[in-house]
Design a protein around this ligand. Sequence first.
Ligand code: PEP
Length: 259
Amino acid sequence: MSTRIPFVGGNWKMNTNLVGGVELAQALVSQLASIESGCEILICPPFPYLQSVGQVLKGRGVLLGAQNCSDEPGGAFTGQVSAAMLADLGVEWVIIGHSECRHGLGESNELIGRKVLQARAEGLKTVVCCGETEEDRHAGRTHEIIENQLRAALVKATFDRSESLVVAYEPVWAIGTGMTPSIDDAENVNRTIRSLLVSLYDSQFASGVRVLYGGSMKPGNAASFIASPEIDGGLIGGASLSTDDFVAICRAVAGASQG
Ligand code: PEP
């Protein structure tokens, strides 16, 4: 069994409101307290709620993350949020390269690489996402796409510790659709990701990076994904908005690491 501490991230996307977000965070911290040690747990609320949700999480063993950041350090960039602003708010983690930003907002591999650099310059830990579209998958290009995305995201980035980098494999066609790849397929992609990390850094560093699966992970399938030695946890969208579902997933992941 790997010595990596499993990791579960909840990406709330553009959901909740101030009261609902704070209540969700309160419910999560009270129910997650018992499983803290078996798993690192991150939640990523929308930007406007970071501070209020952060106050709920403080000292409760659940980490605070943002869903994106700018590639610029500051200045005339209307509507953008810098990594420095996130760090200033006490945010520890940031998701970069989510498929909704790549494909919905047109973020390129190069832009994502610059965002990772900015995040690291401000000391933020990063969840770097990668994943193929359905078209890529049918064309047999999954591994090539993942390698290109991650190479561009990480080629210039340095990390103080391997625990400061999490990579999430999220097939675009599985996000929010209820469809998932087979465990074997997800495992093979995660193996490719770890080999790439060896070539970009070194084997010791690569062996400490948590490589997650994301895309329609639910209480009913989390245990099967986490049973793979190549899958160190999950990045969760829809199910992170339900206390019961998110807690059940965290329990499944923490239980697998302890059992
Ligand atoms: C995501 O958006 O990162 C995600 C995995 O979403 P869902 O769990 O809803 O498929």
